[in-house]
Design a protein around this ligand. Structure first.
Ligand SMILES: Nc1ncnc2c1ncn2[C@@H]1O[C@H](COP(=O)(O)OP(=O)(O)OP(=O)(O)O)[C@@H](O)[C@H]1O
Ligand SMILES: [Mg+2]
Length: 365
């Protein structure tokens, strides 16, 4: 049975005021929940919690898993209890990998025409039968110099397989929750991690086994890309370069950060190889975007637990040569002062769950 030492949770004074809501993020390695309530026009943090899924799959905490819905549901129930969550009303994030996001270019037309043209055109981009997916789209507002082409429309297409939605519906239902929406994690992360701004930003979600890249301009997703390396690869590299187990390697990664020293005193290049891989792929995505749209990406924001790696910010800003920030999503909600430092540390890992909870709060008006 899983033990709870991998769970972090907190319970704060219940804020009086509006209804409590919950954001749920089921990732490959863990379940994260964040409970918020609106008070005086502000979102107030009521509780949050995280549960590692590894032990449910007879693996170590922090490792990526692929579990059936009923087991995930058990884990979700456990974390709800542990974090003393008091509401069943939630929104749920769906992993980017379970979705398809693309930007289509279409000739300019009105909304009515779009409604019939988009599903037909989307077939070209979606590898499964169109009736098997939930399709959503949005016209991207014209911004910047290339937006002045009045003959073309850019349309963001989002497709999720109906089976995927069914799986997540089942997970929350079995855990006794009521979900009013399922949104792809990209939108949750943007909501919690970025401030308003119009210049293009590269948002990097540095997760366990994948690193997800989103180019966001004026709050709108313009591009997304997934790299199949993540923070777990740093752990594995430390483990093999030092000849130690993954548990110990994980601890060293968290304690020491980027500059791991070998026994002979030399710097291990374990983390660097993984980071270089991720950074060079990210640079390609940046360059392609800059070339296509003729304007520079001037800022990079890291979210996801991987971005807690000590020394990452400086290393990345030197390699990218632009401003690099680590997201602090708990800043978007009111939190007890004595927890500020703890929450700023935990923040990047909770970027998705916080973003989902914020949308749920917006829903209440
Ligand atoms: N202080 C730290 N220093 C370095 N790495 C850390 C730290 N804390 C957590 N991590 C790493 O962050 C990763 C977990 O991040 P996160 O919770 O964002 O991933 P995830 O959402 O489960 O993954 P994915 O989104 O790819 O499915 C783990 O690999 C963990 O080792
Ligand atoms: Mg994640």
């Amino acid at each position: 049975m899983p033990n709870f030492k991998d769970v972090i949770s907190g319970i704060f004074n219940k804020a009086s005021g509006g209804q409590s809501v919950l954001g749920v993020d089921v990732s490959s390695s863990s379940i994260k929940v964040v409970q918020l309530r609106k008070k005086g026009g502000r979102a107030v943090l009521e509780t949050y919690g995280e549960l590692a899924l590894g032990p449910y799959a007879k693996m170590e905490a922090g490792q990526a898993t692929n579990l059936p819905p009923e087991i995930i549901s058990e884990g979700l129930k456990d974390v709800l209890k542990e974090a003393k969550v008091t509401t069943v009303n939630c929104g749920v994030a769906i992993p980017l990998s379970a979705s398809l996001i693309t930007v289509m270019e279409l000739p300019k037309m009105d909304e009515k025409q779009l409604a019939s043209v988009v599903p037909l055109e989307a077939r070209k981009y979606i590898p499964v039968a169109i009736q098997d997916v939930m399709l959503d789209w949005n016209v991207i507002p014209n911004v910047g110099p290339d937006g002045e082409d009045s003959k073309k429309l850019e349309v963001l297409i989002v497709a999720i397989h109906k089976d995927t939605i069914g799986k997540y519906q089942e997970i929350v239902r079995q855990a006794g929750l009521q979900a009013s929406f399922f949104e792809i994690e990209i939108f949750s992360t943007i909501r919690s991690s970025l401030d308003r701004g119009i210049t293009p930003i590269l948002l990097i979600d540095f997760g366990v086994s994948t690193t997800k890249l989103y180019v966001v301009e004026a709050g709108v997703v313009k591009n997304s890309h997934s790299i199949n390396k993540g923070s777990q690869d740093i752990t594995l590299a430390i483990s093999s370069s030092m000849g130690i187990g993954t548990k110990e390697a994980e601890q060293i990664k968290r304690d020491v950060g980027i500059n791991v020293k070998l026994e002979n005193g030399e710097l291990s290049n374990a983390s660097f190889a993984v980071l270089e891989y991720i950074i060079s792929d990210s640079k390609r995505v940046m360059l392609a975007y800059e070339r296509k749209h003729q304007r520079p990406i001037t800022k990079i924001v890291f979210a996801g637990g991987g971005s807690l790696l000590k020394g990452l910010g400086d290393f990345a800003s030197e390699r990218f040569n632009v401003e690099v920030k680590i997201a602090d999503p708990f800043k978007k909600v009111e939190t007890p002062a004595f927890l500020e430092a703890v929450l700023s540390e935990a923040g990047p890992e909770f970027a998705v769950a916080i973003g989902t909870a914020l949308r749920k709060l917006e829903e209440l008006g």
